[in-house]
Design a protein around this ligand. Structure first.
Ligand code: MBD
Ligand code: FE
Length: 308
C-alpha cells in the first residue's frame, strides 16, 4: 500500500478543523492564533504525557480563575503583562523613538473616573491610622518644558495592601484620585504611605504560584496614568525604595528609573504649609512625556476596566 506523503496526520486534521481553518465564516487572524495555541497545547500534552486527571485539573482551574476574577492577576504574575511592556519598549527602540519616563504594567486594579481636581487632592479618607504621604512632582516634555493641564491619575493600596472597590472595607475611590497639573506642570497629593500587595492567599493565582515555588508579593508602589493633549499616554508606577520586595516583585514591574526615595519630613513649618501632619513621608516624582504622533497614542490602551 502506498501512502500520500502530503496526507495530514489525524492530529493535524483535528487541529485544522477544530480551529476553523476550513470554515468559511470566522476571523482569519483568530483562527490562525487558535490553531497555533491548540497545536502547542497538544504537543505539550504529548511531551509530558499529561494524564486525564491533570488535564481536568487544569480545565477546572480556568473555572476557578474566572469565578474569583483573577485571570488578569495571573497574567501579571506569569510575567505576561510585563512581556507586553518589553515588546512596546523594543518597538520604540527599533523605530529610534524618544522615550521619556519608562512605562510599566497597569495591573488589574485600576478603577476609572476617580474624583478630578486641579493641582492638589487628598487621596485618603482619613479612616486609617497611617504614616501620611506628601506625593508631588512635575510633568514636563522631553525638553523639560512644563506640561500644564496634564491629568495625573493615581491609585495605590492602603496599609494592608488592599485597593478600594476590590476591597469592600474601603470607601468609594479611597486612595484613587485624578489631579490636573497647574501652570508649572505640578501635581501634589496628600495620602498615606501604601504597603506592598499580596495575592489572595486562598485564590487560584497564589495556588499556581505556590506550585511554582514562587511568592505572590509586590513591593509598596503607586500607580499612575499620565496624559495630556498632544502627548503619548503613559502607564507607569513608582516603587518605594527600601521595600524588601523591591527587586522581587511577583509581577515584574520594578525598573531602576521608577524607584522613588521616601524622605522623612519632621519640619513642623513645612508640614503646616502642606496641611499634613509632621512627621510625614515625602515622595517626589517627575514625569517626562513624549509627543504623540496621532490622537490614538494620547489615550490609554483598550482593556476591560471597572467603571468605563
Ligand atoms: C497590584 O497592586 C498590582 O499592581 C498588580 C500588577 C497585580 C496585583 C496587585
Ligand atoms: Fe498595584
Amino acid at each position: 500500500m502506498s501512502v500520500n506523503p502530503a496526507k495530514q496526520t489525524e492530529l493535524e486534521s483535528l487541529l485544522a478543523i477544530s480551529s476553523g481553518l476550513n470554515a468559511l465564516q470566522g476571523n482569519e487572524r483568530f483562527k490562525n492564533i487558535m490553531h497555533q495555541l491548540l497545536s502547542d497545547l497538544c504537543h505539550t500534552i504529548k511531551k509530558f504525557d499529561i494524564t486525564d486527571e491533570e488535564f481536568w485539573l487544569a480545565v477546572n482551574y480556568l473555572n476557578e480563575l474566572g469565578q474569583r476574577q483573577e485571570a488578569a492577576l495571573l497574567a501579571a504574575g506569569l510575567g505576561l503583562e510585563h512581556y507586553l511592556d518589553m515588546r512596546a519598549d523594543e518597538k520604540e527602540a527599533a523605530a529610534g523613538q524618544n522615550t521619556g519616563t519608562p512605562r510599566t504594567i497597569e495591573g488589574p486594579l485600576y478603577v476609572a473616573n476617580a474624583p478630578l481636581s486641579k493641582g492638589f487632592a487628598r487621596m485618603d479618607d482619613g479612616s486609617e491610622k497611617a504614616e501620611a504621604m506628601w506625593l508631588h512632582g512635575q510633568v514636563t516634555d522631553l525638553n523639560g518644558k512644563p506640561v500644564a493641564g496634564a491629568v495625573v491619575d493615581i491609585w495605590h493600596a492602603n496599609t494592608l495592601g488592599g485597593y478600594s472597590f476590590f476591597d469592600a472595607s474601603q470607601s468609594e475611590y479611597n486612595l484613587r484620585r485624578r489631579v490636573e497639573t497647574d501652570a508649572e506642570g505640578r501635581y501634589a497629593v496628600r495620602s498615606i504611605v501604601p504597603c506592598g500587595y499580596g495575592c489572595p492567599p486562598d485564590g487560584p493565582t497564589q495556588k499556581l504560584l505556590t506550585g511554582l515555588g514562587r511568592h505572590g508579593n509586590r513591593p509598596a508602589h503607586v500607580h499612575f496614568f499620565v496624559s495630556a493633549p498632544g502627548f503619548k499616554h503613559l502607564t507607569t508606577q513608582i516603587n518605594l525604595n527600601g521595600d524588601e520586595y523591591l527587586w522581587d516583585d511577583f509581577a515584574f514591574a520594578t525598573r531602576e528609573e521608577l524607584i522613588a526615595d521616601p524622605v522623612k519630613i519632621t519640619d513642623e513649618k513645612l508640614a503646616q504649609q502642606r496641611d499634613i501632619p509632621a512627621p510625614h513621608t515625602e515622595v517626589s516624582f517627575n514625569f517626562a512625556l513624549v509627543k504623540a504622533s496621532d490622537s490614538e497614542e494620547e489615550a490609554r490602551g483598550k482593556r476591560a476596566r471597572v467603571k468605563e
